[in-house]
Write a protein of this length. Structure first.
Length: 283
């Protein structure tokens, strides 16, 4: 039986029991805070980024995994006879995918997949790849089937406050102040053709009301939502808001598994605390 290893960029936002279930190895992107470079989720965590932002008003820079880092990490496994499937952060968001492709051309036996997504939108693909590995499929069939699932993964998020978008240069101070004053909560949509992000509906009102409306709006867009799993992924938020979203999903009596995940540093540093999304698949 072929030996296949599954790995993913740390931005796939799966952890704990679910990570153990998939047996995937996570490859950390880099978080540069001041003069120090950290590994996402290894020696820095989102709450430390938030504390630094409160103290200094500055966000860290994020950096992709470079080609040599991929080579150095994967080469021992390839030498041991493994083929490697690696799920990358969407190519519109990071050069990690291009760097992983470059590594694959040098060392072979490495199959990068552009998730065209972020956070647990990529995490869905990790789960799907793991299922196929466990079923004993050959590596090329797994890669082909997982790539076909990329446009069926849907990710979006509600952002409570625009402070982090403003600090990261993604909206003006005036827009931030206006949105906060009017209690506007934008829905950020991920384009699953490349991973780029756009602003969708702008909700108005308190977060608890907005989240309930958002869940219905997102799921009602599609005729055939897969019922096996859905993620509630957040960048640090009061548990009561997670419970509101879970209650909305429970009312549907539809999803067999509801996973709750905390977003990685790379994702969190761009959206800030109070951000929450649902991430699901369609047929």
């Amino acid at each position: 039986m072929a030996k296949i290893m599954l790995s993913a960029d740390s931005t796939c936002d799966i952890s704990g029991e679910l990570l153990n279930r998939t047996k995937a190895k996570l490859f950390p992107l880099h978080i540069i805070l001041g003069e120090t470079s950290y590994d996402d989720g290894v020696n820095i965590h989102p709450d430390e980024i938030y504390a630094n932002f409160r103290a200094t008003g500055k966000l860290p820079k994020t950096a992709a995994v470079n080609t040599q880092e991929y080579i150095d990490f994967f080469q021992p496994y390839i030498d041991d006879g493994y083929d490697i499937i690696h799920i990358n952060l969407g190519s519109a968001l990071s050069s990690s995918y291009q760097n992983c492709v470059a590594a694959s051309k040098i060392i072979g036996h490495l199959y990068p997949i552009d998730s065209c997504n972020l956070s647990s939108g990529s995490g869905h693909l990790v789960i799907e790849a793991a299922k196929r590995i466990q079923q004993g499929m050959d590596v090329e069939q797994i890669v082909s089937e997982v790539k076909a699932l990329v446009p069926k993964c849907h990710a979006s998020f509600i952002i409570d406050k625009l402070d982090y978008l403003r600090a990261g240069g993604r909206c003006s101070t005036l827009a931030m102040l206006g949105a906060n004053l009017l209690q506007l909560k934008p829905c950020i949509l991920v384009n699953n053709k490349d991973g780029s992000m756009t602003v969708g509906k702008k909700y108005r009102g308190k977060l608890e009301k907005v989240l309930a409306s958002y869940v219905g709006d997102q799921l009602s867009q599609y005729d055939k939502v897969r019922d096996d799993k859905i993620f509630i992924t957040h960048a640090g938020i009061d548990r009561k808001f997670i419970d509101i979203v879970k209650a909305e999903l429970d009312k549907l009596k539809y999803f067999k598994e509801i996973f709750i995940e905390r977003a990685s540093c790379t994702i969190s540093s761009h959206c800030g605390p109070g951000t929450l999304g649902i991430l699901f698949m369609t047929e």
